[in-house]
Design a protein around this ligand. Structure first.
Ligand code: ADP
Length: 505
């Protein structure tokens, strides 16, 4: 490590649970953290935990977390010598990477050229062809006239999926099932691409309607060595957004695992990739097809960390400081099974409607093989400005079945008061035989829970769940003498939990 690459103070251009995750890594590495935050994120968990804070702008992301200039200015004002972008926001923005470097700081992530080559959905497909990895058949041409696109869709054969070339996070994508609906759906994808990502360019792919989402974690060090850290399965998705992820996938043979891992490494090498990256594939009928590469840390990285015994965030920071050598491939052996559930502030009984408000209290039940990545705590406001994911629950156990049981038990005992969450929905999904048997595809949620949890029966069940969860919470937290009598002040625990003004912590 040369002296000028030492990182003493790291700016975090992000918020919520990933900011907390990065602050933990900084503390453990003896690096000071500077949180770049919006006006809406004052007095949040990450804000309290960071060593220093710089307000970079108003609540609207476009003026704060998505504003390159504001982030660079904030990092410099905070005296940072490096910037970690987390995920989402500017994490895959090559212009931001360049601006950080031009301002004399270290970028904790892949080189800007690699972000451009591998992160762009269309140019990545060209690299993939070079790397001899299969892609989903489709159309990526420059001719963007609706007529041409409809003709191409018919040639590919319905169902077809149209995607915004600059899209991400499941947005700007539509499944087209017939020629009749093609013109309108293509036009609407173009409009969405323009509105959300600033580009109307779309491309088409054959829609694989019984596929699993399997993604390979790769890591490249600054000397050019790349290893793969096995895979995660993220087939449980709603509207193309992941909800439950696990490592390893219950569906891969060792041969398929190696073939996918090696294809991912070839792609990373072609892009001169460095740092953490994820190569996403769809798997159908034992054949895998490249989907896209995410040139950043992934939300679901903890499941890989749990089964492989690595710390991807520290590896990113140390690699940026030129003080890291990638784990040799043969040393990367997975043990046991890990599952992650994303906790969203939303009403599972009202079709996933976002739920906002002040958090009254939370309880995350500690125990062996459990990890909680939490972005909010009692007193924090869940605002409508950002992604509704407030926490992630990750469990590890020796087998997949045990991990599922552990997750169910952890979710039963977890309590979030003040906003609604998707916890009841997660428990339903974890209990479904298609999931427990590992047969789920990306159609799982749409097929088995087309309306979320809407029935009266579920309402009744929610009541019971809350009663149980609250009883366990009350036992661990309240019986210590802070309150006397019933802390709920009402006979109806459901109503009391969601409306009680009392504060625990
Ligand atoms: P994003 O960048 O928005 O996350 P992706 O291309 O990674 O978009 O796709 C997200 C999800 O959409 C996939 O995990 C899968 O469920 C679905 N999907 C995307 N492309 C296809 C396809 N060709 N066939 C079937 N499903 C697809």
């Amino acid at each position: 490590m040369t002296k000028d690459r030492r990182i003493q103070k790291l700016a975090i251009a992000n918020r919520g649970e990933v900011a907390v995750r990065i602050i933990h890594a900084c503390r453990e590495l003896g690096i000071r953290s500077v949180l770049l935050h919006s006006e809406a994120d004052q007095a949040t968990r990450a804000w309290r935990m960071a060593d220093e804070r710089v307000c970079i702008g108003p609540a609207a992301s476009a003026e704060s977390y998505l504003n390159v200039e504001a982030c660079v200015r904030g990092a410099r004002a905070g005296g940072a010598d490096a910037v970690h972008p987390g995920f989402g926001f500017l994490s895959e923005n090559a212009g931001f990477a360049r601006a950080v470097i031009d301002a004399g700081m270290i970028w904790v992530g892949p080189p800007a050229d690699a972000i451009e080559a591998a992160g762009d959905k269309i140019s990545a497909k060209k690299l993939v062809a070079d790397a001899q990895a299969p892609t989903v058949p489709g159309y990526m041409g420059e001719d963007q006239r609706i007529d041409t696109l409809v003709e191409e869709a018919a040639r590919i054969g319905f169902p077809v999926i149209v995607k915004a070339a600059a899209g991400g996070g499941g947005r700007g994508m539509k499944v087209i099932r017939s020629r009749a609906e093609a013109p309108e759906l293509i036009a609407s994808a173009q409009r969405e691409g323009q509105a959300a990502f600033g580009s109307p360019v779309v491309f088409l792919e054959k829609y694989l309607d019984r596929a699993k989402h399997i993604e390979v974690q790769v890591f490249g060090d600054f000397t050019g060595q790349v290893s793969y850290l096995m895979e995660r399965e993220c087939s449980v998705q709603r509207r193309h957004q992941k909800i439950i992820e696990e490592a390893l996938s219950p569906s891969l043979t060792p041969e398929l695992r190696r073939a996918m891992g090696e294809a991912a490494v070839r792609l990373a090498e072609k892009a001169n990739y460095e740092s953490a990256g994820t190569v996403e594939f769809l798997l159908q009928d034992e054949k895998f097809y490249f989907l896209e590469m995410n040139t950043r840390l992934q939300v679901e990285h903890p499941v890989t960390e749990m089964v492989l015994g690595v710390d991807l965030v520290k590896a990113q920071i140390l690699n940026a400081a030129r003080a890291f050598q990638v784990w040799p491939q043969e040393s990367l052996v997975a043990r046991g099974h890990a599952i992650e559930c994303r906790i969203y502030a939303e009403d599972a009984y009202a079709g996933g409607l976002p739920s906002t408000g002040r958090l009254l209290g939370t309880h995350w039940p500690e125990g062996p093989g459990r990890r909680f990545e939490v972005g909010v705590e009692a007193g924090d406001e869940v605002t409508p400005f950002y992604d509704p994911m407030i926490a992630k629950v990750i469990v590890w156990d020796e087998s997949r079945l045990r991990a599922i049981r552990k997750m169910q038990s952890v979710l039963t005992e977890s309590v979030v008061m003040g906003v609604e969450t998707n916890i009841p929905f997660l428990k339903e999904m974890l209990a479904h035989p298609e999931f427990t048997e590992g047969r789920m595809t990306t159609q799982f949620v749409g097929q088995h829970f087309p309306e979320g949890l809407a029935s009266a029966d579920h309402q009744a069940r929610r009541h019971n769940e809350l009663t149980r969860a609250f009883a366990s919470f009350a036992k661990t937290k309240i019986s210590r003498g802070a309150t006397t009598g019933s802390p709920m002040g009402s006979e109806d625990p459901t109503r009391a939990v969601w409306s009680s003004p009392w504060r625990l912590m």
